[in-house]
Each structure stands twice: as structure tokens, then as C-alpha cells.
Design a protein around this ligand. Structure first.
Ligand code: ZN
Length: 133
């Protein structure tokens, strides 16, 4: 049962909020903090580690001898560049907050992102609650 869920989805763990407060009030420091995230979570398909590739984030078990996992999250989706924090939200099975995306013909829309398994068993970054912007 989905009931909007804006509370449960956008909750930032208390420990991150605390760290932010203890840092000097500099936007750069916070940016650096989020850019330095190296743990992108766990592959929902096989439980492998998520690693950063050239065009997105993939599974450490991509090699055939490791199972040939094809799981991938593209880091650029309709004009929105996903941050490491976004990737962790997605691989954690959570929904992101609403972001603004661009359509190919210059329009804009807002949507939340969530990883979903499609009927053929492939994981996709789905757009939820899409609305015109
Ligand atoms: Zn995998």
C-alpha cells in the first residue's frame, strides 16, 4: 500500500544530519563529503558490490567467471546526473526525492526514482509520481 510516503522516502538518517552540523558551514565541505562516498551499496540482482564505471554504476560480478551480472544504473537519466548518494538510495531499495528531468524536446518534468524489476527480470530505474514541471 503506497500512501505517498514522502516521510519515509526522504528521511535522512540522523547520523548524517549530525555530521553536517558539526562541519564548518561551507557548501564545499558538504559537497566534498557527498562526492567522497565510495560505497554505492549492494547489487539487488546478485548481492555483489556496486562499482562506478565510465557511464554509470555496475555490479562487481560483471565478469563471466563471477556470474556475468548485467546490473547497471546509468548515472545520467533524462538530463539529471545521479550522485553517489542517489545510487545508494536506489541500491538500498529506497525511493529518491523528486528531481527535475528534461524531455528530448525541451520540456521538463519531475519524478522520483526507484529501482524496479521489470517482467523480464531486468532491473530498471523507474520514474514514479511523474508530473509536469
Ligand atoms: Zn550483480
Amino acid at each position: 500500500m503506497e500512501t505517498g510516503g514522502s516521510d519515509s522516502c526522504s528521511t535522512i538518517p540522523a547520523k548524517y544530519r549530525k555530521q553536517g552540523q558539526n562541519r564548518p558551514p561551507s557548501g564545499d565541505a558538504l559537497k566534498e563529503f557527498s562526492e567522497n562516498i565510495k560505497d554505492f551499496g549492494t547489487c539487488p540482482a546478485c548481492g555483489g558490490k556496486i562499482i562506478k564505471g565510465r557511464q554509470g554504476y555496475g555490479c562487481s560480478n560483471w565478469k563471466a567467471q563471477d556470474g556475468g551480472c548485467r546490473f547497471v544504473i546509468w548515472d545520467l537519466i533524462s538530463g539529471k546526473k545521479l550522485t553517489p548518494a542517489n545510487i545508494r538510495t536506489l541500491t538500498g531499495g529506497k525511493t529518491t526525492r523528486k528531481y527535475v528531468f528534461k524531455t528530448p524536446n525541451g520540456g521538463k518534468f519531475r519524478a522520483k526514482l526507484k529501482l524496479e524489476k521489470n517482467p523480464s527480470g531486468r532491473w530498471e530505474t523507474a520514474m514514479l509520481e511523474r508530473e509536469n514541471y
